[in-house]
Write a protein that binds this ligand. Structure first.
Ligand SMILES: [Zn+2]
Length: 90
């Protein structure tokens, strides 16, 4: 049986299968975006699908904390939008 890689949610610190987490990437050019494929190059942050974790992640701008750089609110909103668009299609 193939083992599914596990990652930790940056908010609740619980471990989940990688495919069940939302991956947000900061790439070398400084772009920050939601990565539905899980394969984009760059530094990744994982959050679980819990509403509470997502709220906290975006409301407290964990993007800055995770990627250790300034992240404008517009970028935060953009990533949040990318995720909610994706969720609606499921
Ligand atoms: Zn979580």
């Amino acid at each position: 049986m193939k083992k599914i890689p596990q990652r930790t949610c940056v908010i609740c610190q619980e471990k989940f299968d990688k495919r069940d987490l939302l991956r947000i990437v900061a790439d070398k050019s400084g772009q920050i975006f939601y990565d539905p494929t899980g394969k984009a190059n760059g530094r990744g942050a994982y959050i679980c699908r819990s509403q509470a974790c997502q709220e906290q992640f975006f409301n407290k701008n964990y993007l800055e904390r995770t990627f250790k750089r300034k992240v404008e609110k517009e970028v935060v909103d953009q990533v949040r939008q990318q995720i909610s668009n994706k969720m609606m299609k499921r």
